[in-house]
Design a protein around this ligand. Structure first.
Ligand code: NAP
Length: 444
C-alpha cells in the first residue's frame, strides 16, 4: 500500500522514531501522532532529569520529525477518553502504540500509603512539571529513603543533593526548585535489595555524586566485594567493575577529611529488602531485612534493621497503562504483543512493548525493528479503504476536542523559552506546568 494512514499513540521517543522510520520509507504516508499531553517528546520532557540537558538534545531531531509533510501532531487527545481504540482501528490502516510505562510499580509493603511515601513516577512527574503530577506537593523530610538501585533512584538522589547553584542551569520547574531549596534533607539512603554488583546504575550517573558540593558519599566497605565475580557475562562484568571502582573510591573517603563537614549524607545501602514503613499518618521509619545474593537472586536472612525515613520514594520500575480494548499482559504490565505485533494492523514499540528498560538510543533500535515489521506487513496489503484524518477529525470536532497541533507546541515552546530568558539565570526553559496554561499558550 503506497498511501497508508498511520496512527501513532504516544509522541515520546519510540513514537517519534517509528514515525521517522516510516516517513523515510513511505514518502506518501500520512501519520497522525496522538498524545494525551499538549506537549510532545514523552520522557525526554517528563522523565529525563532536568540537569541532564545533553540527553534532551534529541528533542531537536524529534521536532524535525513532527514538522515533516504528511506528519501531524495531535496533542491533548487521549485515546480511551477523546477517541476510542476501536475508532482508531476503524480509521487507520496501521495503529502503533508507543505510550510508554507511566504507572509506578508498587512496593507492596505495609505503610506504603502513609503520607510522605511516593512512587518515583509520581515524584519525577511532579518535579518535571507534567500537569497530572503537578499537585503532588511531596513532603520532603530530613531523612529520605530511596528504594531501588537503578538510574531513576540516582536521578532523584542527585537532584535532592544538588545545591540551588548546581541546579541553576537545569530546566527544573520553579515549584520544585523552591521545594528542594526549602527541604531539610540531611540524609539520603539509596537502598538496593541486591548487592553493588547487581545494581543497574550506569557509571557516569554514579560518578556524578563525587562532584557535588554538599554531598558526602558514604559506603560501608564491608558491603563491597574486592572484585566482580569472573562468572558474570562480559557486558555486566564491565559495567559492574566500573561501578565497583566508583563505590570503592566513595568508601575510601569515609566520614572524615573532606567529607566531614558536608551537610548532606548519601548512604549506599546494599543487600537490604524493604519490609514495612512505620509511622502514624506520616512515614517515620523504614524496616529492612538483610539479604544475600544467591544465583543472582536476593535471599532473605531473617535479620532486620531500621533506618529513619520521613520520606520514602519507591524507584522500582513502572507498568504501562492500557486503554479499553487494548490487548494487555497484566502480569508483565505491558501491551500484549509478539515481537511488536499486537493484532492485525496494530503494533507496539518502546517501554509499553518490552517493559521499562533502556535509555533513549535503545528505543531507537526497537522502533526501527517495529517499523520494518510494519513495512513488510504493508507490502502484502493492496488497497486501503480507511479514511485516516478525515474520520478522526470529524469525531474530535463532534466531541468538542481541540487538539494541540505542531504549531501549538511551537507556541508553548516559545513561551517557555521566553520565560527563561526573563528569569535570566541560565535555565533553558521555564515550563508551563498546568493544563489551562499550556492550552492557552498553544491556542493564542
Ligand atoms: P531499573 O534500572 O530497572 O531499576 C529498578 C531497581 O528497583 C532495581 O535495583 C531493582 O532491583 C529494584 N526493585 C525492583 N523491585 C523491587 C522491590 N520490590 N523491592 C526493592 N527493590 C526493587 O529501573 P529504573 O531506575 O526505573 O530505570 C528505568 C530505565 O530508565 C533503565 O533502563 C534506566 O537505565 C533508564 N534511565 C536512564 C537514565 C540515565 O541514563 N541517566 C536515567 C533514568 C532512567 P533488582 O535489580 O533486584 O530487581
Amino acid at each position: 500500500m503506497s498511501h497508508p494512514h498511520i496512527a501513532i499513540v504516544g509522541a515520546g521517543p519510540s513514537g517519534c522514531y517509528v514515525a521517522d522510520a516510516l516517513g523515510r520509507k513511505l514518502p506518501a504516508v500520512r501519520i497522525d501522532i496522538f498524545d494525551r499531553l499538549p506537549t510532545p517528546f514523552g520522557l525526554v520532557r517528563g522523565g529525563v532529569a532536568p540537569d541532564h540537558q545533553g540527553t534532551k538534545n534529541i528533542a531537536r531531531q524529534f521536532e524535525r520529525t513532527l514538522g515533516k509533510d504528511g506528519v501531524r501532531f495531535l496533542g491533548n487527545v487521549a485515546v480511551g477518553r477523546d477517541i476510542s481504540y476501536e475508532e482508531l482501528k476503524a480509521a487507520y490502516d496501521v495503529v502503533v502504540i508507543t505510550t510508554g510505562a507511566l504507572a509506578d510499580r508498587r512496593l507492596g509493603i505495609p505503610g506504603e500509603d502513609l503520607d510522605g511515601v511516593y512512587g518515583s513516577g509520581a515524584f519525577v512527574s511532579w518535579y518535571n512539571g507534567i500537569p497530572d503530577g503537578r499537585e503532588l506537593d511531596p513532603k520532603i523530610g530530613a531523612s529520605v529513603a530511596i528504594i531501588g538501585n537503578g538510574n531513576v533512584a540516582l536521578d532523584i538522589a542527585r537532584l535532592l543533593g544538588k545545591t540551588p547553584e548546581e541546579l541553576a542551569a537545569s530546566d527544573l520547574c520553579t515549584h520544585a526548585r523552591v521545594a528542594f531549596a526549602a527541604a531539610p534533607v540531611r540524609d539520603i539512603w539509596l537502598i538496593g535489595r541486591r548487592g553493588p554488583v547487581e545494581a543497574s546504575f550506569t557509571t557516569a550517573e554514579l560518578s556524578e555524586f563525587g562532584e557535588l558540593a554538599r554531598v558526602a558519599t558514604l559506603v560501608d566497605p564491608a558491603q563491597l566485594p574486592a572484585a566482580v565475580p569472573e562468572t558474570l557475562p562480559d557486558e555486566q562484568k564491565k559495567l559492574a567493575g566500573k561501578n565497583l571502582d566508583v563505590l570503592h573510591a566513595y568508601a575510601a573517603k569515609g566520614e572524615q577529611g573532606e567529607q566531614a563537614d558536608r551537610p548532606l549524607r548519601l548512604h549506599f545501602v546494599f543487600n537490604a529488602a524493604p519490609l514495612k514503613i512505620l509511622g502514624e499518618g506520616r512515614a517515620r521509619e523504614l524496616v529492612l531485612e538483610k539479604t544475600r545474593v544467591d544465583n543472582g537472586r536476593a535471599v532473605m536472612s531473617g535479620e532486620t534493621f531500621t533506618i529513619p525515613a520521613d520520606t520514602v520514594i519507591g524507584a522500582i520500575g513502572y507498568r504501562s497503562t492500557p486503554f479499553p480494548g487494548l490487548p494487555f499482559d497484566e502480569a508483565r504490565g505491558i501491551v500484549a504483543n509478539d515481537q511488536g505485533r499486537v493484532e492485525p494492523g496494530v503494533y507496539t514499540a518502546g517501554w509499553c512493548k518490552r517493559g521499562p528498560q533502556g535509555v533513549v538510543p535503545a528505543n531507537r533500535a526497537d522502533s526501527l525493528a517495529v517499523a520494518e515489521l510494519i513495512l513488510s506487513d504493508l507490502a502484502n496489503v493492496t488497497s486501503g479503504a480507511k479514511q485516516g484524518a478525515v474520520a478522526v477529525d470529524a469525531l474530535l470536532q463532534l466531541r468538542g476536542v481541540q487538539p494541540v497541533d505542531f504549531a501549538g507546541w511551537q507556541k508553548i515552546n516559545a513561551a517557555e523559552t521566553a520565560a527563561a530568558q526573563t528569569a535570566g539565570d541560565g535555565r533553558p526553559r521555564e515550563k508551563l506546568t498546568r493544563l489551562p496554561e499550556l492550552l492557552a499558550a498553544a491556542h493564542t
